[in-house]
Design a protein around this ligand. Structure first.
Ligand SMILES: Cc1ncc(C[n+]2csc(CCOP(=O)(O)OP(=O)(O)O)c2C)c(N)n1
Ligand code: SF4
Length: 541
């Protein structure tokens, strides 16, 4: 890393065999002035036979970091941070703590918007990058859905104390069992030095060129103190990267915060006063001194909260837990009423499916997706449905993403569907190229457009609108397509489709049409589509 700190046990960073001077740094503070010097007393003898130089000094980096930082085209071994930036030091402290605590494989790191936006290029852990200020909200969602994970919200002062003030206050107030590392450099680093909520009175920035004036911009926010007024947080500490002594304290605070999360104790928060030499216009060493001289008096270092949850013991009423099927009043197939073990539900589908359904508003595109996920739920599958449509709704284009899966679904977004149901030509042309090679395209049309070709796909033209029209309602074209989809892919059981239709369609005459439409779609695939090659402009051979 470009900004390697010498934090940690330097001795192990001297490569034997060499005649090595063990460099232990001694920090002396004389009237606030910080001096770093080598300890001349600490020496070891080693075999210098293989070494060209007297000693070799290597600052090792934590194995928790990736070997190469892919973002850098040439400089793959250094970070994007400026020399002397505190982010590199904080990264190292976090990486070493995760490594030592054995938490690497459990960790999900939520990086913010700010100079540390690219943290995911460095940490070899689970990574998510989120919108400005939203890291505590995203971390909440991740932690609640994956309670066994270590979830880190890493944020700068602009991110946490300006645009994200609400998120951090409420996450702390709820006592989310996450860890927040708050890197306070008193400025917006990434965008060139605008005033941050933590900019000190009198401190100049591009948006406070005469210095921050309380009458105009208010006083700096003290986030650690502010959060310490809340009842829920378990651990809140402010530390500083001003000198090695304080960096060692920061190291301990980082560990402690992670241990608290590891033990499931509650919300932990470490504010780190950190140098931004570039924007402050100072040399790295001078910038560290500036933290000691100027920042610490305004942001005193302290443990503001350190208590475990038993101090908060409040008797809470546990709300009753019901399964999704129960809440929705549906009975998974193959289960007796009242039994909720969806994993034992009788599954008839052959494989998981990612489906995109596209067409015009009014063609039942979104409804078809909803019917499919309802069926999936009844078959005990994990499901998701993500609609996308313009403001005009009816007659505007609309599509939805449907996932049917035996595993938990990571994202409801379907970028590369196994199956595309294209209800019109526009959708066919727009989305067919997204379908995975060997995937299926079901097109609502008597034949494919003459110039359309997708030899790597199985494209089937189904005159669904005409079939539905003959059955009594063109609107049932989507159900014809559903029948075709079930028959072609066997992703869900037709019997499930019938029971869903019976529950959802209240008008008996419409239900009758839908039943026939479902059967007609299946029949079309059985009797006509599978006679020969289907990726021809005439729909099927
Ligand atoms: C919604 C939104 N608003 C504003 C921005 C511009 N922006 C990018 S980073 C940033 C501030 C970052 O400052 P800080 O959180 O202190 O992090 P640092 O860069 O100092 O580490 C801002 C305002 C943005 N990217 N998105
Ligand atoms: S601008 Fe400041 S915070 Fe951003 S990378 Fe450079 S030194 Fe670090």
């Amino acid at each position: 890393m470009a900004n390697e700190s010498v934090v940690g046990v330097i001795e192990r960073e001297i490569k034997p065999p060499v005649k090595a001077e063990v460099i232990t740094e001694v920090t002396t503070e004389v009237k606030g002035e910080v001096k770093l010097e080598r300890n001349p007393e600490a020496k070891v003898e080693a075999d210098a036979a293989n070494s060209p130089s007297e000693y070799e000094e290597i600052h090792s980096r934590s194995p928790l970091f990736y070997d190469l930082y892919e973002r850098k085209s040439e400089l793959k071994k250094q970070t994007h941070y400026c020399p002397g930036c505190g982010h590199g030091v904080v990264h190292k402290l976090i990486a070493e703590a995760l490594q030592d605590l054995g938490l690497q494989d459990k960790t999900i790191f939520v990086s913010p918007v700010g100079c540390s936006v690219f943290a995911y290029y460095y940490f070899d852990v689970g990574n998510v990058q989120v919108a400005h200020g939203r890291a505590p909200a995203a971390a909440t969602a991740i932690k609640r859905s994956c309670p066994g994970r270590i979830v880190i919200s890493y944020q700068g002062d602009g991110d946490l104390a300006a645009i994200g003030t609400a998120e951090i206050v409420h996450a702390a107030n709820r006592g989310e069992k996450i860890t927040v590392f708050f890197v306070n450099n008193g400025i917006y680093g990434m965008t060139g030095g605008q005033m941050a909520p933590t900019t000190m009175v009198g401190q100049k920035s591009t948006t406070s060129p005469w210095g921050r004036r309380p009458s105009n911009e208010g006083f700096p926010l003290h986030m650690a103190e502010l959060l310490a007024t809340l009842e829920a947080p378990v651990y809140i500490e402010r530390v500083a990267l001003s000198d090695n002594k304080n960096i060692m304290k920061a190291r301990r605070a980082v560990r402690k915060a992670l241990e608290i999360q590891r033990d499931g104790a509650g919300f932990s928060f470490v504010e780190i006063l950190s140098p931004c030499p570039t924007i402050w216009g100072k040399e790295p060493v001078e910038a560290r001194r500036w933290i000691a001289d100027k920042m610490i008096p305004i942001f005193p270092l302290n443990v503001f909260r350190d208590h475990r949850p038993d101090a908060l013991a409040v008797k809470e009423i546990e709300p009753p837990q019901h399964s999704v099927a129960d809440v929705l009043g549906i009975k998974p197939l193959g289960l007796t009423a009242g039994a909720h073990d969806a994993s034992k539900a009788k599954r008839t589908h052959h494989k998981d499916a990612k489906i995109k359904i596209a067409g015009l508003g009014g063609q039942g595109v979104l409804l078809l997706g909803q019917l499919l996920i309802e069926m999936g739920m009844r078959e005990g599958l994990e499901v998701s449905w993500l609609p996308s449509y313009g403001p005009e709704m009816r007659s505007g284009s609309a599509h939805c993403h449907v996932c049917l899966s035996r595993e938990r679904i990571g994202s409801p977004l379907v970028s590369h569907p196994d199956v595309l149901v294209a209800m019109n030509e526009f959708s066919l042309r727009k989305f067919a190229h997204e379908v995975v090679s060997g995937g299926v395209v079901l097109y609502n049309g008597a034949s494919l457009p003459a110039d359309f070709s997708a030899p790597e796909l199985q494209v089937i033209a189904i005159p669904a609108a005409e079939i539905a029209d003959k059955l009594g309602s063109t609107k049932a074209a989507n159900i014809v397509m559903m029948g075709a989809l079930l028959e072609e892919t066997e992703c869900l059981a037709p019997g499930t489709a019938l029971s869903v239709l019976e529950d959802k369609v209240k008008k008996l005459d419409l239900l009758e049409i839908d039943r026939k439409a479902l059967a007609a779609g299946r029949l079309f695939i059985d009797e006509q589509a599978h006679i020969g090659a289907v990726s021809q402009p005439d729909g099927f051979a």
